[in-house]
Design a protein around this ligand. Structure first.
Ligand code: TXE
Length: 495
């Protein structure tokens, strides 16, 4: 038996290893060393978890619980997450290397999702329908879908899980969670809080393991009604086509290549901070990263110099320290992908103004770091401007006027987010209207909330998380017809 810390899945209310007894190791991106093990599940574990979720949905106490009681459970869970925020945040940092300050901020904010959607649980209403037929009464009911599979990535495991769990449970579904094989520990630790809050067995279950093994098995399982997925676009496309085979509902959140646009009339110091937070926060490992910085030519030189000067001061280091500003990349394959894209940018003809390599400091040698990197004179047709890197790589692209800025901003297969920095209110509104993205920020960047719908246009995804609309993606509508007439008329014609 290894001496690494072990985490267990929760299935039907029981903590358990995988059916085969195999384990997956998980490493700390700051030290590069393995620190924990999670069960490496297979088909048998998938069967067991889906069966438990299906039972809980169809016939367990959850199925009989009223919506107000469901809401109370969610709010209790929110309280428990608030109580354990520090512990869960520290676990996330060990697993994904993001800053403790960032993860603690997320964990302290997450209860709001459970309070908000818990409050929404008993406000899911159908309606009485007007009728064009005599002596019928008809109304709609809004019902949960059934078993929801939540597949989450490694960048913000508990936050991206919460965006799925809170509306899915508020709507009355049951859930099987498949966390990333790189960062499963915090999700497994969270499960104890579901038990403590009093959720019935089988309402929330976990299956850890590889995407191509348990992920595909979950997505194609006939008893699964919906897949809620956050991850890369290639995997998202494969999930979408697998789910189509038995007509499952899907929500997909697939990242982007977001434009962050600075006009000459903007408050330049603020815009520079917005550019930095857009790409170097979380080491660029956010789906909303402002990886294309579009700068109006008259301030291009000035903005480039200021962005480079501020990025140069970023402290790389131990993500647990409050002085650290940029942590390591979460996974080794992702670190290698980021380094490859630096070569892609150079080969494409972009000029490297900063970084472009792993840091040389001895103290960072074991961690999966990449220096904050800035490329100038990027053309929007270069690969570095078209493909998602998901790392601390900024491409600066010049433009002359509004039309050119808009055309470059929208010339991308993605459409997750965009930023516009300007003092001109008319221009701000024109851009918020005409940018094809699910979120547009004006004179700010990287704001999200439980109240604000979030999701992609174009290839950035399908459906919305957060806000009241999010719950619609976990519900279906039933129309009910009640005949009030004494006599049933001609059976050979439609009523
Ligand atoms: O993601 P995957 P990866 C982007 C980012 C990154 C790239 C690849 O550009 O470089 O994706 O990252 C599970 N059926 N984003 O390979 O594969 C997998 O186990 C079902 C953007 O890590 O998409 C994990 O739980 N599931 C993104 C989850 O999918 C499968 C965040 C995500 O992994 C599966 C992360 C399959 N066939 C990466 N294959 C964002 N939108 O924020 C894998 N999985």
């Amino acid at each position: 038996m290894s001496n690494l810390e072990r985490f267990y899945n929760l299935v039907d209310g029981n903590y358990q290893a995988s059916a085969t007894g195999c384990w997956l190791t998980t490493a700390n991106p700051y030290t590069g060393a393995d620190w924990a093990e999670v069960p490496q599940c297979g088909i048998d574990d998938v069967e067991q978890a889906v069966a438990a979720a299906y039972r809980a949905f169809s016939s367990g106490p959850w199925a009989r619980l009223n919506a107000t009681a469901r809401g109370k459970l969610l709010r209790r869970l929110g309280d428990l997450i608030a109580r354990d925020a520090e512990k869960l945040a520290a676990l996330e940092v060990r697993d994904n290397g993001k800053l403790y300050a960032e993860m603690l901020g997320q964990l302290r904010y997450l209860p709001e999702w459970y309070y908000y959607f818990g409050g929404l649980a008993d406000k899911i209403e159908g309606g009485v329908l007007p009728s064009d037929k005599a002596e019928v009464f008809s109304y709609t009911k809004r019902e949960p879908l059934g078993v929801v599979v939540a597949i989450t990535p490694w960048n913000s495991p508990l936050m991206l899980l919460t965006w799925k769990l809170a509306p899915a449970l508020a709507a009355g579904n049951t859930v099987v969670i498949k966390p990333s094989e790189f960062t499963s520990c915090s999700t497994l630790a969270l499960m104890a809080l579901f038990k403590e809050a009093g959720f019935p067995d089988g309402v929330v279950n976990t299956v850890t393991g590889f995407g191509h093994e348990v992920g595909t098995a979950l997505v194609s399982h006939p008893l699964v009604a919906k897949v809620a997925f956050t991850g890369g676009d290639a995997t998202g496309a494969s999930v979408y086509s697998q789910a189509a085979k038995n007509i499952k509902h899907v929500t997909l959140e697939l990242g982007g290549k977001s434009p962050n646009i600075i006009f000459a009339d903007a408050h330049i110091e603020n815009a520079v901070k917005g550019a930095i937070s857009g790409i170097f926060a979380a080491s660029g490992q956010t789906c909303i990263a402002g990886s294309r910085l579009l700068v109006q030519r008259s301030v291009y030189q000035q903005v480039s110099e200021k962005v480079v000067a501020l990025a140069r001061t970023a402290q790389l280091g131990d993500p647990m320290l409050s002085t650290t500003q940029v942590g390591p990349i979460t996974t080794l394959p992702q670190r290698d992908k980021v380094l490859q894209y630096i070569d892609v940018a150079r080969e494409g003809g972009a000029e490297c103004l900063l970084g472009g390599k792993r840091p040389e400091a001895e103290a960072l040698a074991n961690g999966w770091f990449v220096e904050p990197t800035i490329f100038a004179d990027v053309h929007n047709q270069m690969r570095i401007a078209r493909e998602e890197v998901f790392g601390p790589i900024l491409s600066i692209i010049p433009f002359d006027d509004d039309d050119e800025a808009l055309s470059i901003a929208n010339d991308t297969p993605y459409g997750l987010a965009a930023g516009v920095w300007t003092a001109d209110i008319r221009r701000a509104f024109r851009f918020t209207d005409q940018i094809r993205a699910g979120t547009v920020w004006v004179n700010t960047y990287r704001a999200v909330s439980f109240m604000a719908p979030f999701g992609g246009y174009k290839q950035s995804g399908i459906g919305r998380e957060n806000g009241q609309v999010a719950i619609d993606d976990y519900l279906q509508t039933k129309s009910v017809w009640v005949n009030l007439a004494e006599e049933v008329l001609n059976p050979f014609v439609m009523r």
